[in-house]
Design a protein around this ligand. Structure first.
Ligand code: ADP
Ligand code: ADP
Length: 233
């Protein structure tokens, strides 16, 4: 099922055309990889979907309904969670506090949980996706970059995201940590989420992507499925 669709979306900053005629579709249970060099328009695309910028042309649809997000809150309320490279985690705060940070703004989903319940839930949610952090009181800053990415993603999934927008989640990571994150992203996909995976690493895209979109100076230069680019299903 289709969750998010952009049709002929354009965005200009003064006379810079950051995006022109961009169309792409995100389906439930699929990872759409968006590849492109610096300046291709990847950040602009994220900002439109995340409600930080408004598109100047075209149509953005969520679950078949046209939307014009005017704030990140509206995007989040539609089930779109964006995980930025800086992750918005507080390094000195514990794993469980980071997991529940901002929970009250996430559609009031934070029920009257006590601390031990929050620790248990955070630990279970991470473990369920294959991330074993035995001590929920550890400050997030002491964990690996891959584990931090996974915490930010797990938090979004737990609080009801239907679409995950991942901004270069493996860019700052080594081979092993990238593997941890890619496996985790694939699990989120297999749990039924639609994922937009922004990267400039084609290898990472090929490892997990169901669909590939290449942006080139604001234009879509490739839009293809796995089989169309010659990869096995
Ligand atoms: P990417 O994330 O792929 O590097 P961006 O979306 O950041 O691409 O940028 C696409 C183009 O738009 C670039 O030419 C960039 O300089 C320009 N651009 C991005 N943001 C702004 C802005 N706020 N004002 C003016 N130009 C911008
Ligand atoms: P990113 O890693 O997100 O692509 P950038 O360094 O490209 O970071 O951009 C940082 C911020 O500056 C973004 O908000 C982007 O929209 C804005 N920006 C990028 N290019 C320009 C530009 N030419 N003029 C003004 N703002 C820009």
């Amino acid at each position: 099922t289709e969750i998010l669709r952009l049709t002929d979306v354009g965005k200009s900053y003064g006379n810079v055309h950051a995006l022109r005629g961009v169309s792409l579709t995100v389906r439930q249970g699929e990872i759409t990889c968006v590849l492109g060099d610096n300046g291709a328009g990847k950040s602009t695309l994220i900002k439109i979907i995340a409600g930080l910028h408004q598109h100047s042309e075209g149509v953005v649809m969520v679950n078949g309904e046209e939307i014009h997000f005017s704030s990140p809150r509206e995007s989040l309320d539609r089930g779109i969670a964006t995980v930025y490279q800086d992750l918005a985690l507080a390094p000195l705060m514990s794993v469980w506090r980071n997991f529940f940070m901002g929970a009250e703004i996430r559609r009031g989903l934070l029920r009257s949980l006590d601390v031990s319940a929050m620790k248990r839930i955070a630990g279970e949610e991470l473990l369920r996706m294959g991330i074993d952090i035995p001590d929920m009181d550890r400050p997030v800053g002491g964990l690996s970059g891959g584990q931090r990415q996974c915490i930010a993603i797990a938090r979004a999934v737990y609080f009801g995201a239907k679409v995950l927008i991942l901004d270069e989640p493996t860019a700052a990571l080594g081979v092993k940590q990238s593997g941890v994150v890619l496996k985790y992203v694939a699990r989120a996909r297999d749990a039924g989420l639609g994922v937009v995976f922004i990267t400039h690493n084609p290898h990472h895209a090929y490892l997990v992507g169901n669909h590939f979109v290449i942006l080139n100076r604001g234009l879509v230069s490739l839009d293809a499925s796995r089989s169309e680019v010659g990869l096995e299903q």
